[in-house]
Design a protein around this ligand. Structure first.
Ligand code: AVI
Length: 310
């Protein structure tokens, strides 16, 4: 945070969004009429879960997921896996222990034949911190990793590639990765999805300032910032910013940092990359996968890629 707020352009890491209130606001975003992302992916998984699971190859399937989230879309795949083999072990990786425990309770109660094994891990920093739990392969185990929701789009491309390579290192040839990626589309549709009429995305973006005030004692005045969503054509991404409405100085005691913001200067809080099929395929190839199959929603706005480790 010190580096991001003292440098230019000012920035904050998007993982800071997800305190309890931020997670609640993100869930609300997924239900907004403008935020098509979650609905489009759910449409694909609803129509093709059995085909996706059939593409996982032979063997006793175990499903791993990076970022367990609320698990509602994952349930469609877990149920398909149970239709295939009677039961399934789901090993969910997430940075939040409480989110994992809650997901375990809820999913095991809802789906007969499911065992959830939580793995507390910040996968964005590599998987070596949980190597002990991942290296042990049960005999006959066939692995499928899920990385859905287009979370891959929230990373700069070199970091995205590194995450895919970290996953590949946990797999043997024939194992698979199911990757969800949001696709390039009309810029007005994208801008509306990240700047909705009800202001939920604006509240989500500004909540990071509330969090910093609470946890680091700073005095950000939310009235003096405006949510901005911009389309960066060159880098094919939506950027979220918080724009300072006046020239102001904010003090963050825990960092002993004064942040001087000019009027209209922005703090860059998130990137959400939008991909073409070719870009997704190229990332997957460079990480050691080949794309076995891909699906889109009816509008062609979201892509789901079944990639097999080579
Ligand atoms: C979590 N991630 C895929 C979301 C996205 O669309 O990039 C986060 C988000 N930011 C604003 N709205 C949703």
């Amino acid at each position: 945070m010190l580096r991001g707020l003292s440098g230019r352009p000012r920035s904050l890491s998007p993982w800071l969004f997800y305190d309890d209130e931020g997670s609640r606001l993100f869930e609300a975003i997924t239900e907004l009429p403008e935020y098509y992302v979650t609905r489009a992916e759910r449409e694909i998984l609803t129509s093709h879960a059995d085909e996706i699971i059939a593409g996982a190859g032979s063997g006793d399937l175990t499903i791993y997921e990076l970022g367990a989230g609320s698990g509602s879309k994952t349930g469609l795949l877990l149920e398909a896996a149970i239709r295939r083999q009677g039961s399934i072990t789901y090993r969910a990786l997430d940075v939040s222990k409480s989110a994992l425990e809650e997901a375990k309770q809820r999913l095991e109660a809802a789906i007969t034949g499911l065992t959830v094994e939580p793995i507390v891990s910040d996968y964005t920093d590599g998987l070596s911190n949980v190597a002990g739990q991942l290296n042990h392969r049960k005999s006959g185990e066939r692995r499928m990793f899920l990385y859905i929701g287009s979370s891959i789009g929230n990373f700069e491309l070199p970091h995205a590639l590194q995450i895919l390579r970290d996953v590949r290192a946990q797999l043997i040839p024939g194992d698979s990765l199911l990757l969800g990626a949001d696709l390039v589309k009309d810029r007005q549709i994208l801008l509306r999805a990240y700047d909705d009429a009800a202001g939920v995305t604006a509240a989500f973006n500004k909540n990071v300032l509330t969090r910093i005030n609470r946890e680091l004692g700073s005095n950000f005045n939310l009235q003096l910032f405006r949510h901005r969503a911009k389309w960066n054509e060159e880098l094919s991404r939506i950027e979220m910013h918080l724009e300072s409405l006046i020239t102001q100085i904010v003090f963050i005691p825990a960092l002993d940092l004064q942040v001087r913001l000019a009027r209209a200067e922005t703090i860059h809080t998130e990137n959400s990359h939008k991909f073409t099929d070719q870009q997704v395929e190229s990332l997957l190839h460079r990480a050691g996968f080949s794309v076995a199959k891909q699906w889109k929603d009816d509008l062609g706005w979201f892509g789901e890629y079944l990639a097999v480790a080579v």
